[in-house]
Design a protein around this ligand. Structure first.
Ligand SMILES: Nc1ncnc2c1ncn2[C@@H]1O[C@H](COP(=O)(O)OP(=O)(O)OP(=O)(O)O)[C@@H](O)[C@H]1O
Length: 361
């Protein structure tokens, strides 16, 4: 659907974008991420034909943007960061005007405008002056103008920027729906947006693409080791022994391990309750109640795969089950998109905090 081949735009002093190279298949929703000034808008403006590359070629559905710009642009719907709206017009008259500009045949215009209004939830606002629309509705109208001429490829430059959280969710949902019939490239600063709607992520930094991957493969691409957090019920030493004797396991780390020399909390609670019980047997039955609700001993661990990428969850399950050590919780840990973004776009060490992965047990 889209081929961006070795495209550069040089503004001097090494600013601009350099050798951008990627392609998009029909139906993909690609998130385009990068810090301020990384080159997202420049790249999007070249794809939409508003800016000529210094070097390189862009094809949209087989049409070269430099040799056949009219045909290539016909395939694209573009929502720039600031939607090109005319505040004095009504929603309907604006969309009719845009339909004319985009050469939508006169007999189809009413139908196309009606479809765009329906798809973007603008019903009931056809006669409203654009100036009086909320920012969220202006953004809906921006999306409506982008799809009016039935393009295959949508280029959306920060479509949720400046919206409140409710509007963000609504616009995200609309983009998700538009993605059912369009190929979408959207730039954003909001990282969870990528996980919510995109099936691929492109990260650009200082004018160069530094990552092109599906969200579920990010960890593997970044050389992440498969890691699982576990809570297992049973005696600590036995649990550690079972885990350490599993060949597929690399490192076993205790989380919140008791300090050396200190008794295990559950065991010491049990001992003190038992002695309290014998001392207060006749006076009160409180200790007996407390004893029955004492927490069972469990150990929290972080376990990594010996083979880095190998999924160790099944091996853990079968080994601990056969040893009669119940797993109370098991969760795959993975690098967050924030960690990866920071790692690739700053010199600062990435935050090593983990977040839940997509494929939790
Ligand atoms: N017209 C221009 N003249 C000179 N330099 C420019 C021009 N437009 C962009 N640049 C420079 O090119 C680089 C990329 O800018 P661009 O606006 O594409 O980044 P961006 O990723 O869209 O940033 P933001 O997230 O802040 O919108 C920056 O260094 C910017 O200063």
């Amino acid at each position: 659907m889209l081929e961006v081949k070795q495209v550069s735009k040089l503004y001097g002093n090494d600013r601009g974008v350099h050798n951008i190279d990627f392609s998009m298949q029909r139906g993909e929703i690609v998130g385009f991420l990068g810090p301020n000034g990384a080159g997202k808008t420049t790249t999007m403006r070249m794809i939409t034909g508003y800016l000529n590359p210094t070097h390189g070629q862009i094809w949209v559905d087989g049409h070269s943007m430099s040799d056949n710009p009219k045909k290539a642009r016909r395939k694209i719907g573009y929502l720039p960061e600031t939607p090109p709206l005319y505040p004095e017009m009504t929603v309907q008259s604006y969309l009719r005007f845009i339909a004319n500009l985009r050469d939508v045949p006169a007999r189809e215009q009413k139908l196309r405008v009606g479809e765009a209004i329906d798809k973007l939830g603008l019903q009931g606002r056809e006669k409203q002056i654009i100036r009086s629309l909320s920012k969220g509705y202006k953004q809906r109208l921006g999306l409506a103008q982008a799809i009016l001429h039935q393009p295959d490829l949508l280029i959306l430059d920060e479509p949720t920027s400046g919206l409140d959280p409710k509007q963000i969710i609504e616009i995200r949902q609309l983009i998700h729906e538009l993605g059912e019939n369009h190929t979408v490239l959207l730039s954003t600063h909001i990282l969870p947006e990528i996980n919510a709607i995109c099936n691929r992520v492109l990260i650009i930094n200082q004018g160069r693409v530094v990552l092109d991957e599906r969200p579920e493969h990010l960890g593997r691409t970044m050389g992440e080791t498969f890691e699982v957090s576990l809570e297992v019920k049973g005696p600590r030493e036995r649990i550690l022994h079972e885990l350490r004797s599993l060949p597929s396991i690399g490192e076993v780390k205790e989380v919140d391990a008791p300090e050396a020399g200190a008794a295990a909390p559950a065991a010491s609670a049990l001992e003190s309750l038992e002695s309290a019980e014998s001392a207060t047997d006749e006076a009160t039955d409180v200790p007996a109640v407390a004893l029955s609700s004492a927490p069972a001993e469990s150990v929290k661990l972080l376990v990594t795969s010996a083979d880095r990428a190998e999924d160790i969850r099944e091996a853990l399950f079968f080994r601990l089950a056969s040893a009669g050590l119940p797993i109370l919780a098991m969760k795959r840990e993975s690098l967050s998109l924030e960690d990866i973004f920071l790692k690739l776009t700053t010199d600062e060490p990435a935050d090593t905090s983990k977040e839940e992965g997509d494929t939790d047990a």
